[in-house]
Write a protein that binds this ligand. Structure first.
Ligand code: ZN
Length: 611
């Protein structure tokens, strides 16, 4: 047993309670301090995991040791010169990839939700005994985790180990009945543990993931930085999310996203799932090993500020879909549809004109991760816009070097300098490395695209590849862009004047009525005084429903004034709305029919992943 030893048991699955022990062989003689992390790396929000500790007590050889509360996350044990034992219970009923969840069907936990940090001994190796469930559970449970095994059998309960505390909390654990499928990528064993009911073709999933994983390993260069990798996939009715770890990732997806047996076509849902897997896997390099200096080491008790999330999440978002194309899983047309959807997401938010991606990164803790009804007006996503910054940067480097270098080379250089050495990436290093690769200063580009809010030079960059950026109004509330699209009503009159009108707000159906969700900054609804949360009931004296709102609006043209009846709280209010022309913020991309040779070559090299 190690000097620090944990034991965790699904003690009361029906009540969602894990029982945890932490045994410290040599506690700090002045009084040992322990704490729970306030956040989990990869998800930039203070979550105070200690709030789910139900009770905690300390003892030494059976004799109680006094515990003093220091703050919301920490305790100090009374001085004790021999082995110290902490025992506590953790309530686990969080359905996300970020915390812990336990019931009679399955259990899941991240170490950051269940394991106390022993202050001053974080760099010590530790052992963990994962115990089988107590009481009634469904089926025969196993263990799926990338946590290195000490004496436990493969996928079995027993003893595991970690080299230090940071590693301990970087291997999520899945308990229960899961389907397991294996594949090898560049000589490394990969496994996928699938929890939840499904009828999907897991062999197909494994074959497709193998191509993605091999692509990423070869992108950064063999050998892979790990000797085992695990995808933990939990299937649910509705849900989506992923979290990266050093040799695994946790994923939540719809059970309908899995490919069906006998079908070769890639559905939109399955393409999205492959994109999510690709994203988390790319993080194995970009953020888990090429890591901001601000995270080296993590401060687990408070916010860790960096302006670089646009690079760690945005560049990863750029390559996640691009790898699907480069590994031959999707077509060029399908990839351009995904890129155009990303452009659409960014263009639909007015916040892109207010916040830079550097600021979006820095304030992730309070803004991106704590969004409200005004967020689309106030902030920009460092994921979506970051991916577009990556696309522009990639293109710029290709242009400046006559196709002899690219963002791919920047990533490999960052891997070589920071990932392989374990040195944190300083805040200026991504820009400096890119400029080095381009052979000249890119300060102007970074100033405009990263440090300032505003538009990116997307049309000019796409032209480099013989691709034209087209914009049109959304055809409906469900229109995500990416394709030419068919609108039910004409978009322009015969003189080319815009016909489609817009309220300047999004809504969601509530008991059949449209409730405003986001009121666009300076749009028609906002100018008329309508507010997020207002429940629309009539337009020009006609009852409006979530169903007929778009049809009612089709009768008007831009500039028309209409009377809107709406409830705010329980008060009926009347607004005069001057309808605006629907904004052309929905993007699709067209490949030019007669590109010049240089454009053809640039496109082939870019999409093919060569130089
Ligand atoms: Zn990510």
């Amino acid at each position: 047993m190690h000097a620090i030893h944990y034991a965790i048991a699904p003690a009361n699955p029906a009540a969602h309670v894990f029982a945890v022990n932490c045994r410290i062989a040599r506690p700090d003689p002045r009084g040992q301090t322990v704490s729970m992390p306030a956040w989990i790396p990869g998800s930039y929000l203070i979550r105070n995991f200690s709030k789910h500790i139900l009770n905690i007590r300390a003892s030494s050889h059976g004799r109680p040791v006094a515990l003093t509360k220091l703050d919301k996350d920490s305790w100090q044990c009374a001085p004790c010169d021999d082995e110290l034992l902490l025992e506590y219970e953790v309530y686990a009923w969080d359905a996300s990839v970020r915390a812990a969840q336990l019931d009679t069907t399955q259990g899941f936990f991240n170490g950051s939700s269940v394991f106390l940090r022993v202050h001053g001994q974080e760099t010590q190796a530790c052992s963990v005994e994962i115990l089988p469930p107590r009481g009634r559970v469904e089926g025969r449970w196993g263990v799926a985790t990338s946590l290195p095994r000490l004496t436990a059998g493969m996928h079995d309960f027993g003893l595991y180990q970690a080299g230090d505390y940071e590693e301990l909390i970087d291997h999520p654990v899945q308990l229960g009945n899961f389907d397991m499928v294996d594949f090898e990528a560049c000589g490394v064993l990969h496994q996928v543990a699938v929890t939840g009911r499904h009828r999907g073709d897991l062999q197909r999933l494994a074959a497709d993931l193998r191509r993605i994983c091999e692509h990423h390993i070869r992108f950064f260069g063999e050998p892979a930085p790990m000797n085992y990798y695990l995808f933990l996939l939990r299937l649910v009715g509705e849900g989506y999310g992923g979290l990266e770890h050093r040799t695994s990732c946790s994923l939540i997806a719809s059970r309908h996203a899995l490919p069906q047996h006998g079908l070769s076509k890639i559905s939109d849902n399955y393409r999205e799932l492959l994109g999510l897997c690709s994203h988390e896997y790319f993080h194995t390099w970009n953020v888990k090993r090429i890591k901001p200096a601000a995270f080296t080491p993590y401060n687990l008790q408070q916010e860790n500020y960096t302006e670089l999330l646009w690079a760690f999440e945005g560049i990863t978002s750029y390559y996640d879909d691009l790898a699907l194309l480069r590994s031959g899983l999707i077509s060029e047309e399908s990839y351009l549809e995904l890129l155009a959807r990303t452009i659409t997401r960014v263009l639909r938010g007015k916040g892109r004109l207010r916040q830079s991606v550097a600021d979006s990164s820095f304030y992730a803790w309070t803004k991106f991760y704590q969004q409200d009804e005004n967020s689309p007006n106030a902030i920009v996503s460092y994921y979506a816009k970051g991916a577009l910054v990556a696309f522009c940067l990639d293109t710029l480097i290709r242009q400046k070097t006559n196709q002899s270098a690219s963002l791919d080379d920047v990533m490999r250089l960052l891997w070589h300098r920071y990932g392989q050495t374990g040195v944190g990436v300083p805040e200026a290093a991504v820009e400096e490395t890119a400029a080095e690769m381009a052979g000249e200063s890119l300060d102007e580009f970074f100033h405009q695209s990263v440090h300032d809010a505003g538009e990116l030079p997307l049309a000019a960059m796409l032209e480099h590849y013989g691709i034209t950026l087209r914009l049109r109004p959304a055809a409906s509330a469900r229109d995500a862009g990416g394709v030419i699209g068919k609108s039910r009503a004409p978009v322009q009159d015969i003189a080319g004047r815009a016909l489609r009108v817009d309220l300047g707000a999004t809504f969601k159906a509530e008991q059949g009525f449209p409730r405003l969700q986001v009121v666009t900054a300076d749009g028609a609804a906002q100018r008329a005084g309508l507010s997020a949360g207002d429940l629309l009931i009539a337009l020009d004296g006609l009852q409006t429903t979530a169903e007929n709102l778009e049809t009612l609006l089709e009768r008007y043209k831009p500039g028309d004034e209409i009377e809107v009846h709406a409830f705010r709280r329980d008060e009926l209010m009347i607004f005069e709305v001057e309808l605006q022309a629907a904004e052309a913020t929905t993007c699709y991309l067209e490949i030019d029919s007669d590109p010049v040779a240089a454009q053809l070559k640039a496109r082939a090299v870019w999409l093919g992943g060569g130089r």
